[in-house]
Design a binder for this molecule. Structure first.
Ligand SMILES: CC(C)(COP(=O)(O)OP(=O)(O)OC[C@H]1O[C@@H](n2cnc3c(N)ncnc32)[C@H](O)[C@@H]1OP(=O)(O)O)[C@@H](O)C(=O)NCCC(=O)NCCS
Length: 237
């Protein structure tokens, strides 16, 4: 029984890690060293468009290792030729959807919460004729989105076309961001407005990163070690 459990766990682990192979098979995809996929993402790129993912970035597509769960896997998609998606080093994305008609740039050390949507275009024209199946890109609004370094975007937020979010900003859960958000601020609501400031950081190197937990820890397959004395005494009795 123990061996069967071990084999099943190993198979599940392999399934969860197959995302990297799925991603790297696609033309236009460039994955830097240490990129980790947990669960299978959906990646579709139009002709001559590109996707770059920076070192040590983690993309979670399975509820098994996402505290809030995910409604959908990570979806990275270009919807027009020559579009570009770039995700910086040390970022974390959980069930995030990024759709680019022009470009979406996510900086280094960004944390993008469960089921966030980032889209640089409206997918359909605002004016009525042929709204459903319009193919003329000039009739469909599209402007690049830029998310700075160390930005934390709360679960289920939507970031719309043309938005620039400054370094170190925090976006509250469930926000709809329609305008630029300055660096070192907290913005929240629909439409997102600045509600507070956050202390700036001198450099990204001051961010403490304890390293990614093992898959078994993330998936709750091993007991997490609790450091406090009272918790430790509870577990030993
Ligand atoms: C953005 C956030 C981190 C700010 O937390 P905080 O610094 O403790 O801020 P506060 O709770 O003091 O809120 C400050 C103000 O913003 C408002 N606010 C905070 N979050 C908001 C949200 N998501 N939507 C609308 N308004 C919000 C508060 O009502 C408060 O307004 P007030 O000053 O008029 O009362 C927190 O509100 C949040 O959204 N957390 C969820 C993060 C998340 O999604 N994590 C999971 C990622 S997988």
């Amino acid at each position: 029984m123990k061996i069967i459990k071990k084999v099943l766990r190993r198979l599940y682990f392999l399934y969860c890690r197959a995302g990297k192979t799925v991603a790297s098979c696609q033309p236009g995809v460039s994955l830097k060293k240490g990129v980790t996929f947990l669960g299978l993402p959906i990646i579709t790129l139009m002709a001559d468009s590109t996707l770059e993912i920076g070192q040590r970035t983690v993309l979670v597509s399975t509820s098994m290792v996402a505290d809030l769960g995910v409604i959908n896997p990570v979806i990275l998609r270009t919807v027009r030729p020559h579009a570009h998606i770039s995700i910086g080093d040390d970022a974390g994305l959980t069930g995030t959807v990024i759709c680019a008609a022009k470009s979406v740039t996510v900086g280094r050390h960004c944390l993008i919460g469960s089921d966030v949507i980032i889209a640089d275009n409206d997918f359909h024209p605002v004016t009525a004729p042929n709204r459903r199946y319009e193919r003329d890109p000039d009739r469909i609004g599209a402007k690049p989105v830029v998310i700075g370094d160390n930005v934390f975007i709360g679960a289920r937020s939507v970031i719309l076309k043309g938005v620039h979010i400054g370094d170190n900003a925090v976006i509250g859960a469930g926000s709809v961001v329609t305008h630029d958000i300055p660096a070192n601020t907290i913005a929240a609501g629909n439409p997102a407005r600045v509600v507070a400031g956050v202390p700036p950081i001198r450099s990204l190197s001051m961010l403490r990163d304890t390293g990614m937990p093992s898959f078994d820890d993330l998936a709750g397959l091993q007991p997490i070690v609790v450091a406090s004395a009272s918790a430790a005494s509870q577990t030993t009795h």
